[in-house]
Ligand binder design. Structure first.
Ligand SMILES: CC(C)(COP(=O)(O)OP(=O)(O)OC[C@H]1O[C@@H](n2cnc3c(N)ncnc32)[C@H](O)[C@@H]1OP(=O)(O)O)[C@@H](O)C(=O)NCCC(=O)NCCS
Length: 396
């Protein structure tokens, strides 16, 4: 095949990529062009092309993802598309392989994405790592007392404080995003419309904010409305209670509160009657270990554990990750060297599932994603204990 993987060359490729993206996602060309050029940014686009003929395109979004309390550099992949007349010939695999080789060469530890075609991403080493659910709760059933803690309107001066609060609130939930500016825009100004922000001050915290919520009211035919939240974070008990009661005060006119989260949202443990909560599974997100050494050493691990794991990993696409490794964890940090006995055997996609903490090593062994002796499975359980589906990778 004469086609090759490269960054996007605007004069040569942009028109073809706009057409391809517009057809792939069934949206008009001009909003697609605006998204690609002004929001995503053309330096973040990659193509598989032969001269001016573009077969496949997609974008990379550098950000971070929290694992073990540390932010690990992660590049999201989005907007993958193949021209309809060129589908079914391996162009999307070529694009994804090119992106992963490029990221590995840069030393990027991780990549995540939301798949519309899981089979494609499994082919290049991604695997399911967490859930994206829609949580819906009748506002009238929220507590709504007037509390002494004020909830005030968000202003642009609060941006740094809100970001500090989000870090504090989610850093221990494996898989939560350490958002880039692009991702933060999706909280402040999502495509669905402007959201109004409200914050709870807490001068004792760095950044001064103990919790916040961003709300969009969507009118219903009945004249009432739903409350759609683009983010809801509390990092102290006082802020958690204040925000729930604040939202409850919308109950005279609002029907449902709707928020995207992982399998659980920690604030909903404060509901008086959680049985009114309905949770709709939306999607899985997938994770790829791109640079094994960096992925293992840049994340955090539980404190108080001193554990050695002898891994043997298969990775046909990125052979530098493959083979035997000894992972040595102490005081919450890891070192990794080549060698060892290969007692815990997995593929690079099985390792992604272990790393995410969403599935226990024993569940992974049952479905054949991991194989090892009892001592190695126990050791892995101590290092990669998940948080019950609490970590939420925002949709991108
Ligand atoms: C999905 C899409 C990118 C696939 O591109 P493609 O070049 O035709 O795919 P490839 O020929 O490289 O096939 C790669 C693998 O994905 C699978 N695949 C392809 N299209 C698929 C689809 N629509 N649904 C599920 N799997 C699909 C193929 O079966 C193949 O796996 P296999 O070799 O194990 O059978 C393309 O159909 C497209 O642009 N669709 C619309 C946009 C979209 O869905 N993008 C993905 C956003 S996450």
């Amino acid at each position: 095949m004469p086609d090759s993987y490269s960054t996007l060359d605007v004069p040569i490729h942009l028109d073809a990529v706009v057409r391809m993206t517009s057809i792939a996602f069934g949206s008009p060309a001009e909003p697609c062009r605006d998204w690609l050029v002004n929001k995503f940014g053309t330096p973040h686009l990659r193509v598989v092309a032969d001269g001016s003929e573009v077969f496949a395109a997609g974008g990379v979004l550098p950000m971070g993802q929290f694992f073990g309390g540390r932010s690990v550099p992660m590049t999201g992949v989005a907007g993958v598309s193949v021209a309809p007349e060129h589908r079914g010939r391996g162009h999307s695999v070529a694009l994804m392989s090119g992106i992963l080789r490029e990221l590995h060469a840069q030393g990027t530890p991780l990549s995540s994405l939301y798949p519309a075609a899981s089979r494609l991403y499994r082919r290049v080493g991604y695997e399911q790592a967490g859930q994206h659910c829609e949580h819906r709760f009748p506002v009238a059933y929220l507590p709504a007392r007037r509390l002494p803690t004020p909830v005030r309107r968000f202003t642009e001066a609060d941006v740094a404080g809100v970001k500090a609060c989000q870090h504090r609130g989610v850093a221990r939930a494996d898989g939560a995003l350490d958002r880039s500016d692009y991702m933060w825009q999706r909280v402040f100004h999502p495509r669905t419309g402007k959201h109004e922000g409200f914050v709870v001050d807490d001068p004792s915290l760095e950044g001064g904010i103990g919790g916040y919520v961003f709300i969009r009211q969507e009118q219903l035919p009945s004249g009432r409305h739903d409350l759609h939240l683009s983010d809801l974070v509390a990092c102290t008990p006082v802020a958690a209670e204040a925000l729930l009661h604040f939202l409850g005060q919308f109950g005279s006119m609002a029907n449902d509160l709707i928020v995207r989260a992982g399998a659980i949202h920690p604030l909903f443990t404060l509901l008086d009657e959680p049985r009114h909560l309905s949770i709709r599974f939306h999607d899985y997100w997938m994770l790829r270990i791109v640079h094994l050494e960096h992925a293992m050493t840049q994340r955090g691990y539980p404190q108080g554990q001193q554990v050695q794991l002898h891994l043997e990993v298969e990775d046909p696409l990125l052979p530098a990750n493959a083979g035997r490794w000894v992972l040595d964890v102490r005081d919450g940090r890891a070192t990794i060297v080549r060698g060892g006995q290969g007692l815990l055997r997995t593929t690079i996609s099985g390792l992604a599932q272990l790393y995410s903490g969403q599935f226990s090593p024993r569940s992974l062994a049952i479905v054949g994603r991991l194989a090892g002796d009892e001592a190695s499975l126990d050791a892995a359980s101590r290092l990669f204990a998940g948080h019950g589906g609490q970590g939420f990778c925002d949709f991108f």
